[in-house]
Write a protein that binds this ligand. Structure first.
Ligand code: PEP
Ligand code: MG
Length: 324
């Protein structure tokens, strides 16, 4: 079984009916980058930068961040690395002391892009480090917890200003670095069409989207049954995001944990998702599942999936896969 999986390293992530699915890796360490590269990931679709801010006692300076980002870019030798800007909040151990202390609802508080826009100096330092890394290979920038187009316009402005300043100082910064938004706030998922023109790509963070959609804390053990993507509301919203993104001609990926669960692969493919970003640990298993899937068969079963009325119905759909 391991040897059979190993052979998939050099195989395309292509369905039975010949559609290529893009498999990006999620990464946050050198080891992840090395594995992503070795497994033939199309790039890094989600590079979580928080670890730099959680491990050190103070804030990491531009030079420290630059070296880490540059090494990630070099490690992927020409395949794009998608850097997610700092996604800190009071829900994460915040040694840098940036988050607002004592928020009643940290998951609904000043986190993600809300936090970075409130700390312009910290944000600009990170952006400069990422932009400098773009001189060493393809880079994309992904913004977490987006809820409005104003946030994206502000981020774009900061990127533009940082680029001008860096070039003036003699640094090489790539042209037209793609900017993306994470879709994790339900209002952003519903209203994708209202800001799709401000971004180059989208990435659905189902870990948070499911939490906010079901009003169920992703870390609360007592709600672990409720906290699940196998809910008709979640599936309908994912389908809506896929369609809105297609209408806006904007590529969309799924980068939450469900992207790395091979049991979920047929469901995501049926919903029309053609890009996934997942931890390298299960990349080959997901690739195998894709290679056994037929999109025309799954597409014909989409209606049945969207009509499922409860978790049991969705699970029945999943186990009956293969049959139209
Ligand atoms: C998500 O919310 O699905 C996601 C990928 O981001 P994180 O798990 O880091 O919040
Ligand atoms: Mg998230």
């Amino acid at each position: 079984e391991q040897r059979e999986l190993g052979r998939l390293r050099s195989k395309p992530s292509r369905t039975v009916d010949g559609v290529d699915i893009t498999l990006y890796a999620n990464a946050e360490s050198r080891e992840d980058i090395a594995r992503a590269h070795a497994l033939g990931a199309a790039g890094v679709g989600l590079y979580r930068t928080e670890f730099l801010f959680l491990r050190s006692d103070g804030l990491p300076d531009e030079e420290t961040q630059f070296r880490v980002y540059r090494d990630a870019v070099l490690g992927m030798s020409g395949r794009a690395v998608t850097f997610r800007t700092l996604d800190l909040g009071a829900d994460k151990a915040d040694r840098a002391g940036l988050a607002v202390a004592n928020e009643d609802n940290p998951a609904l508080g000043v986190r993600g892009v809300r936090l970075t826009l409130a700390h312009a100096g910290v944000f600009d330092t990170q952006l400069r480090a990422i932009l400098r890394a773009s001189g060493y290979g393809p880079v994309r920038i992904l913004v977490p917890m987006v809820s409005s187009r104003e946030e994206l316009i502000s981020v774009r402005r900061r990127i533009r200003n940082a680029t001008v300043a860096l070039r003036k100082a003699g640094h090489v910064v790539a042209e037209n670095i793609p900017l993306g938004a994470m879709i994790e706030v339900p209002a952003a998922a519903i209203a994708v069409a209202s800001f799709a023109d401000t971004v180059d790509f989208l990435s659905v963070g189902t870990n948070d989207l499911v939490q906010y959609l079901l009003a169920a804390d992703r870390n609360n053990e007592a709600l672990s049954t409720l906290y699940s993507p196998l809910h008709p509301g979640v599936l309908r919203l994912l389908r809506h995001v896929v369609r809105s993104a297609a209408e806006a001609d904007t590529p969309v990926a799924v980068c939450g944990e469900i992207a790395g669960d091979p049991l979920m692969t047929p469901l995501l493919l049926a919903l029309g998702i053609t890009e996934l970003s997942l931890h390298p640990a299960t990349l080959l298993e997901v690739r195998r599942c894709i290679r056994e899937s037929d999109l025309s068969v799954l597409g014909a079963r989409l209606d049945t999936l969207l009509k499922a009325r409860d978790r049991a119905g969705i699970e029945r759909w999943l186990t009956g896969r293969g049959k139209a």
